[in-house]
Design a protein around this ligand. Structure first.
Ligand code: MV4
Length: 503
């Protein structure tokens, strides 16, 4: 195993990686921008190095600077987390060229899966079902002929896109030429390539993805599925495992397809194969994410595998410690993503100081947070600040636990989507598991947060209590039945005595 590793990321995922390393006895080196000098990941790592100003291009995306830090601190490996450079094939190559281990897949797999047209072709070769489509190099007339054969509506997608970026639904033949022009123009600007392709539009699909792990010894397994259909503008909000719609047979077929997909690209390390599942429960390969994903904890809780530790073991050359037959799903896990955003103002990102953060704690409740009380949330980085993950024996147990945990979660000083999530997990359609990718638009347009304004009397009472700063024991002596009450020797009964944690 490695003895020292560079964490090339920030926020909750950097914290997650550092914790795994701490357990494994791997020393960690954090990198941080000027905006993150007192961030959790900076404080938790064994060493932290300033890499530049807040702007990501000058810090977390600055490959040479990251590698320079890794080399000068004596790291052997680099974990990219997700986002930033995680799916940058050139970065993976540069890391390896510097003699370091990249905790992720081979650059060729990243590159191939990054090209959506090449990925579709490779999947079709490997008998992984893809959405019927046309990836031609042809002119408008050929696109028109292909679309007519597919039947409308069709989707125009950018070969260099993914994650829903540069996608366009075309309902009628008359709209296709203009849609192709716009899509090409946008793709050229966004991805540097104007190559586009067509897919038959799958109406109201479910998004179900399979976690895979592959080692350097030819073993490939899947760790079952995650259902990620609750999204808003291609941002996932809630993920769960198992999916409420898969049965054993479909799960087995999709799992086999996910393993075949990974094998077909020579995949190594942790990856995710995304599928669309239509109303007739047919499934189609969508894309492969060549990284650890935000929603990995739901798999960890249901399958009992620490995916970050698995990534590190694989990168260190160890064989997978389990076979497919040894893996199973137990119970149900749900993840809610906590965003610093204002759901009452079109989900506009929110910034400011976290005056107080109180995380729910309890059996089968997990919080992966990148922030804590006192932190400042800026507009430089992703607004996702924490993830709340719960496990239950059955889906309804997990749902109840999630509703409870959301009620307990307090973040003051910065607006978050917690109030929104509380309503989503209690929604009858969500409770039924009736979730397709249009769930939020269908049920939550015009959603308003509940009125949480506090009466003036309560604010005055709180202010007076704060000012009086009454020690707890003195309160306990006024009628409470606490053990300290009436104990003449208890230090808590000395009204002006020392109190731990009080300056
Ligand atoms: C589709 C589709 C319907 N038909 N492809 C969006 C993300 C990107 N990975 C692909 N996406 C879609 N591709 C066909 N042929 C619908 C979506 C889609 C979607 C997919 C997964 C999760 C949420 C979504 C929300 C809107 C559209």
């Amino acid at each position: 195993m490695f003895s020292k590793l560079l964490v090339a990321n920030r926020g909750e995922i950097a914290v997650r990686i550092i914790r795994a390393c701490q357990e494994l006895g791997i020393r960690t080196v954090a990198v941080y921008s000027e905006a993150d000098a007192r961030a959790l990941h900076t404080l938790l790592a064994d060493e932290a190095h300033l890499i530049g100003p807040p702007s990501p291009v000058e810090s977390y995306l600055h490959a040479e600077r990251l590698i320079e830090v890794a080399l000068k601190t004596g790291c052997e490996a680099v974990h990219p987390g997700y986002g930033f450079l995680a799916e940058n094939a050139a970065f993976a190559e540069t890391v390896r060229a510097a003699g370091l281990t990249f905790v992720g897949p081979p650059a060729e797999a990243i590159r191939l899966m990054g090209d959506k047209v090449a990925a579709r072709a490779r999947m079709a070769q490997a008998d992984v079902p893809v959405v019927p489509g046309y990836e031609g190099e042809g002119d408008v007339d050929e696109f028109l002929a292909a679309a007519r054969a597919l039947g409308y509506p069709v989707l125009v997608k950018a070969a260099g896109g993914g994650g829903g970026r540069g996608m366009r639904v075309v309902a009628r033949e008359a709209d296709l030429p203009a849609a192709l022009d716009t899509a090409r123009r946008e793709a050229r600007n966004a991805f540097g390539s104007d190559r586009v392709y067509l897919e038959k539009y799958v109406d109201r699909p479910r998004h179900i993805e399979f976690q895979v792990l592959a080692d350097h010894h030819g073993h490939v397994v899947h760790l079952f599925e995650r259902e990620c259909s609750v999204q808003r503008r291609h941002q996932k909000i809630i993920e769960e495992s198992p999916s409420p719609v898969l049965d054993e047979e479909l799960r087995r077929h999709m799992g086999a397809a996910a393993v075949a997909a990974a094998r077909a690209v020579g995949y190594v390390n942790a990856g995710t194969v995304e599928f669309l599942v239509d109303a007739e429960r047919r499934f189609y390969f969508l894309e492969m994410n060549t990284r650890l994903q935000v929603e990995h904890p739901v798999t960890e809780l249901v399958v009992g595998v620490d995916l970050v530790k698995a990534q590190l073991a694989i990168a260190a050359g160890e064989p997978l410690p389990f076979t497919q037959a040894e893996l199973s799903q137990r119970g149900h896990a749900i993840e809610c993503r906590i965003y610093a955003e204002d759901p009452a103002r079109g989900f506009l990102p929110a910034t400011g100081r976290v005056v107080r953060a109180v995380e729910p704690v309890g059996p089968w409740v997990r919080v992966d947070a990148g922030i804590t009380t006192g932190d400042t949330i800026t507009h430089y980085y992703d607004p996702m600040i924490a993830k709340l993950i719960v496990w239950g024996e059955h889906r309804d147990d997990a749902l109840r636990r999630m509703a409870w945990a959301l009620d307990q979660y307090i973040i003051m000083g910065v607006t978050t989507n917690i109030t929104f999530l509380r309503d989503v997990v209690r929604h009858p359609a969500f409770q039924r598991g009736d979730i397709t990718t249009d769930f939020v638009e269908r049920y939550f347009v015009g959603w308003r947060p509940p009125d949480t304004s506090v009466p003036d009397e309560v604010l005055i009472a709180a202010a007076l209590a704060e000012q009086a700063d009454t020690p707890p024991a003195v309160r306990a002596n006024h009628g409470d039945s606490g053990e300290r009450a009436g104990d003449p020797f208890s230090p808590w009964n000395v009204a002006d005595g020392f109190r731990p944690g009080r300056v």
